[in-house]
Design a protein around this ligand. Structure first.
Ligand code: ZN
Length: 301
């Protein structure tokens, strides 16, 4: 390398580094914390059989805790490129979800969306205990993640704005996009303002609400009309409704979202985190329950 090239490379290096720092956050899913909270709630409601199967499938690095692997699918998103469309579904700017219309990737392959993924990984996990060619550890890690994602309302949003990713907003004084506000910002602000900056305190509050305020609702959360492999189709229908009625409502490009938006939306976020946790436990209890878990209501372990 000629000396002036070296100089240029040296100059470029900090510039590239700076650009990386300035790059907007990647469109993900519930942020890391959202996924961890969903799985911490689910762990509490696993049946003995399901808990044992989960333990057997978890990678050693998980230290025996499901919640540690729940953000994994986002971390491998750019490596497992084919899996990128499995985190969400988009509708053609309408407030309903139709599997046949909306569950596909950009090449039109059916089933390549979050609902198809939940059904698919559930199917794979049913082969647990038999000879199987699936990597069931990965199936479990994907399933636990996607059940979280389908409950983030904007993971079933509009095609045109990519689930709010192209809607630039200010979250209080920080620049963000609407999708990120629902993945991360509302949760962060709640943890900071209500839970003494502790995610664990927030999880405890959600768990308490499940045995108290929401306890009558849980039986409804367990049911669904469209029970093929799973109820994921219904969860997606709920999400697009929440997107229209809460996430997108009264939002336009470059708007500043503050207390009014936060206080009216964070109860939805908390409810969706809790629902995702309950339903993940339900799916896993069904899969690993040996056919008997269907009629057994969720018990706190
Ligand atoms: Zn995701």
């Amino acid at each position: 390398m000629a000396p002036h090239h070296q100089q240029r490379a040296l100059l470029l290096f900090p510039l590239v580094f700076l650009l990386l720092l300035l790059a907007p956050p990647l469109a993900g899913a519930w942020g890391k914390e959202g996924h961890i909270m969903v799985c911490k709630i689910a762990e509490k409601y696993l049946s003995e059989k399901a808990a044992a199967a989960v333990q057997a499938l978890l990678p050693e690095s998980a230290g025996g805790e499901l919640c540690t692997v729940c953000p994994w699918a986002d971390q491998v998103r750019w490596h497992y490129h084919w899996a990128s469309p499995l985190h969400y579904a988009n509708t053609p700017q309408v407030c309903n979800f139709k599997y046949s219309r909306d569950c596909h990737n950009s090449r039109g392959q059916q089933g390549m969306c979050v609902v198809g993924a939940i059904n698919n990984y559930t199917d794979q996990l049913y082969s647990y205990g038999q000879k199987t060619s699936y990597n069931l550890t990965e199936s479990l890690m994907f399933l636990a993640h996607f059940v979280g994602d389908v409950h983030q309302p904007l993971h079933v949003g509009f095609q045109d704005d990519e689930g709010g990713n192209t809607i630039t907003v200010h979250w209080y004084r920080r620049k963000a996009n609407l999708h990120h506000v629902w993945d991360v910002s509302i949760i962060d602000t709640a943890i900071k303002d209500f839970y003494n900056k502790s995610m664990d305190t927030m999880v405890e509050a959600l768990k308490m609400n499940l045995t108290d305020g929401w306890s009558d609702d849980i039986v409804h959360w367990e049911n669904c009309k469209n029970k093929h492999a799973t109820c994921a189709n219904d969860y997606a229908i709920e999400s697009i409704h929440y997107s229209c009625n809460y996430a997108y409502k009264d939002v336009e490009q470059d708007i500043t979202l503050g207390d009014d938006y936060f206080f009216s939306r964070y109860p939805i976020v908390e409810k969706r985190l809790a629902q995702a946790g309950i339903r993940l436990a339900l799916v896993l209890n069904r899969i690993f329950g040996g056919g008997e878990a269907d009629d057994i209501p969720l018990q706190v372990q």
